[in-house]
Design a protein around this ligand. Structure first.
Ligand SMILES: [Zn+2]
Ligand SMILES: [Zn+2]
Length: 148
């Protein structure tokens, strides 16, 4: 039963991150930091930065973006729902794989998951594909752009 509970926690957490990502695009103070993420041009090369392991993401703007819209909300979420702690582990692993390996790689397209081409479509059209983990919340809120 814990697995079902965890699935619920995961869905709620992805909703939280979907919302903070949308806020990062609509609140000027947050966009100030998030635009640094959108300023990077991704050419499909595999990249890995050891700095990501300690919560530093290329420059101070991108780092603050990540902390304000993902890391702090995730910490608060786990403090609120202690049983959801495996999500923090998942997030930690994802946080150092997403930048240069999973999310910005045009060779990756996993049905239902928001990585690779799905996320790159958000870079091409910033009104779509806000969900960073699945297609679910984009589908619910009508922001899903179908990517082949
Ligand atoms: Zn964005
Ligand atoms: Zn991105």
């Amino acid at each position: 039963m814990y697995f079902i509970e965890l699935l619920g926690y995961f869905s709620l957490w992805t909703l939280l991150i979907y919302c903070t990502h949308r806020l990062a695009h609509s609140i000027p103070a947050l966009w100030h930091f998030h635009q640094a993420h959108h300023a990077v041009s991704y050419d499909g090369k595999w990249e890995f930065s050891w700095w990501n392991l300690i919560g530093w993401f290329n420059d101070w703007r991108s780092t603050l973006d990540q902390w304000l819209t993902e890391i702090i909300p995730t910490i608060l979420y786990i403090l609120l729902f202690h049983d959801a702690w495996p999500i923090a582990v998942l997030y930690y692993i994802d946080s150092f794989l997403s930048e240069g390996i999973t999310d910005h790689n045009p060779r990756i397209a996993v049905p239902g998951l928001a990585m690779g081409r799905y996320h790159l479509a958000h870079h091409a059209d910033m009104t779509m594909n806000f969900d960073l983990y699945t297609h679910f919340w984009d589908w619910v809120f009508g922001t899903r752009h179908h990517v082949v």
